[in-house]
Design a protein around this ligand. Structure first.
Ligand code: ZN
Length: 114
């Protein structure tokens, strides 16, 4: 069963198929990476891909999911699952020209335990 990943920032389908690789959204230029079976694992894979260091993936993922909806950081980094049969994989999208290191560091400020 093929998977499909849509960009949460602009709605364009960025990838479709068995294996989705990290890349750049053709619609808005956002960078996406991840692919883990749960949000912390997807966050860890995205951090490794982007070379983000000094942060705990579980804390970053927790912070991302606790961001208040009105926080402008929601327009700079978004966690999302792809769609496939019976399970999901988790990805992070970072808006064009944003630094993954910076936005993921900011996200940890919302985590329950730091
Ligand atoms: Zn996009």
């Amino acid at each position: 069963m093929a998977a499909r990943l849509d960009c949460p920032l602009c709605g364009v389908t960025v990838a479709e198929g068995e294996a989705i690789a990290p890349g750049i959204c053709p619609g808005c230029g956002a960078a996406y990476a991840g692919g883990g079976d749960d949000p912390p694992r997807g966050t860890a894979m995205a951090m490794e891909h982007w070379g983000v260091t000094g942060l705990e993936p579980r804390t970053v993922a927790d912070g991302l999911f606790r961001m208040p909806p009105e926080d402008p950081l929601n327009l700079r980094v978004v966690p999302i699952s792809d769609r496939r049969d019976g399970f999901y994989r988790w990805w992070l999208f970072v808006a064009r020209d944003e630094s993954p290191q910076e936005v993921l560091t900011l996200a940890t400020e919302h985590a329950a335990a730091r």
